[in-house]
Design a protein around this ligand. Structure first.
Ligand code: HEC
Length: 162
């Protein structure tokens, strides 16, 4: 038992070391883009967060034009917006664990729920929105590539200038 645990620890240390080496901006951005895609955000906000989501889903706004700061972005993603189609993404939203807009008494009516995001993923996603989405209204090939596995030649990015 003990040696297995030690082995796991060593492996964890190794992985963490590798992550530290790889933690260049592009690596962090790519990870944020993966969470964006897997989190279902693209359905409503569009593949490039520019507000042109799948017509089958409620329309989410263009997040490249958002005025929200870090804490507000984090709260709206964790908590959603009651009475709108923006869903909450944290399992214990609206409790003492994750107070939302000052509410801890449970999820208010007409609040949409979506798949859960773990806290570290939420932070990575918010970092990504701040570094690669907010304020970037002219989409470049490189920015588009972030949402396409880093591939500058992705067909979806051909229309954007290099
Ligand atoms: C079911 C559709 C839907 C999904 C899924 C969704 N959103 Fe939204 N989102 C919306 C809508 C609609 C609004 C506008 C709410 C309103 O009217 O205030 C919104 C608002 C926001 C805002 C606030 C923008 C601002 O400037 O006020 C942020 C940030 C945001 N969404 C991020 C995300 C992220 C990140 C995800 C994925 C984890 C996500 N959304 C998933 C529909 C969605």
């Amino acid at each position: 038992m003990r040696s297995i645990a030690t082995g796991r620890l060593a492996l964890a240390a190794l992985v963490m070391g590798a992550t530290a080496v790889l933690a260049s901006p592009s690596f962090a951005q790519a990870t944020g883009a993966n969470i964006w895609a897997k989190g279902g955000c693209a359905d409503c906000h569009g593949n490039l967060a520019a507000g042109d989501g799948d017509p089958a889903y409620p329309q989410g706004p263009n997040l490249r034009r958002t005025a929200l700061q870090r804490a507000e972005l984090r709260e709206v993603i964790a908590c959603g917006r009651p009475g709108t189609d923006m869903p909450y993404h944290v399992v214990d939203a609206y409790t003492a664990g994750t107070p939302c807009f000052g509410i801890t008494a449970g999820v208010p009516p007409a609040t949409r729920k979506a798949g859960a995001l773990a806290a570290p993923d939420l932070d990575t996603l918010v970092d990504f929105l701040l570094t690669s989405v907010k304020g970037q209204t002219r989409i470049t090939r490189a920015n588009c590539a972030l949402f396409n596995g880093g591939d500058l030649d992705a067909p979806a990015c051909a229309e954007f200038p290099r």
